[in-house]
Design a protein around this ligand. Structure first.
Ligand SMILES: C[S@@+](CC[C@H](N)C(=O)[O-])C[C@H]1O[C@@H](n2cnc3c(N)ncnc32)[C@H](O)[C@@H]1O
Length: 213
């Protein structure tokens, strides 16, 4: 799986297909995460969320992980243009294999990332990320979803069938449909604090918080 080929086109494709909608989802709860000291941005892509994080969280350090070198290079370029002086580390990593070591984070961010994985892979990725989360960590998560009933469900299924067809060809992702990570997050001690749905339920933006055991 690699997003390298897509990286030069990702930004304009998003602008044409979704306008500002995905960015609204990414940033919906950014002002509700308190004052994290160490944030982990995973599958960050071209760095649009990182730039907003730098503005909203001036006291925070960031680790940015992505499997795609081309995406990381774009994120780094976007970051350098901000002139921000927080500490940021960009690192290539496959989250299916990644281990945090001794590092721990009080904010995790996964936007349009968990939907790249099959249910089996998703279990592994959520476990790897949870192992890196402090007991009171927050998790910002934006993704696609399928509403439970009615025409919004039919519409979402049609949109996502097209989207997965495209992404499977262009990047080789293993997922062929959206897997709900909610149950896995709850099993790791996270509780849903806030959720907003967008575009007739096609997208959701969540804030989860881990509660000390
Ligand atoms: C659909 S893009 C989302 C990018 C960005 N977060 C956004 O909001 O648009 C998925 C991102 O996850 C990265 N990715 C996919 N599989 C990965 C993996 N196994 N480990 C780390 N990053 C991965 C891709 O390189 C890409 O940058």
């Amino acid at each position: 799986m690699s997003f390298d080929r897509l990286a030069p086109h990702y930004r304009w494709m998003e602008a044409v297909l979704a306008g500002g909608l995905l960015q609204r989802c990414r940033t919906r709860w950014l002002t509700d995460v308190g004052q994290p000291r160490c944030a982990l941005l995973v599958g960050e892509g071209n760095g649009r969320m990182l730039v907003e994080c730098a503005r909203a969280l001036p006291g925070c350090e960031f680790l940015v992980l992505d499997q795609s070198q081309a995406m990381l290079a774009q994120a780094r370029r976007n970051w350098e243009q901000t002139g921000a002086n927080q500490s940021v580390v960009f690192q290539q990593a496959d989250l299916r294999e990644w281990r945090a070591g001794s590092a721990r984070f009080d904010l995790l961010i996964t936007n349009f990332f968990l939907d790249c994985f099959s249910p089996t892979e998703l279990r592994r990725v959520v476990a790897n990320l949870s192992a890196a989360a402090l007991p009171n960590a927050r998790w910002l998560l934006a993704d696609f979803t399928v509403p439970a009933t009615g025409w919004p469900r039919l519409r979402a299924r049609a949109v996502l069938a097209l989207a997965y067809g495209f992404f499977r060809c262009a990047t080789g992702i293993s997922a062929s449909r959206v897997a709900d990570p909610g149950e896995l997050l709850r099993a790791e001690g996270f509780l849903l604090q806030r959720q907003e749905r967008f575009n007739h339920g096609l997208l959701h933006a969540d804030l989860w918080m881990r509660h000390e055991k």
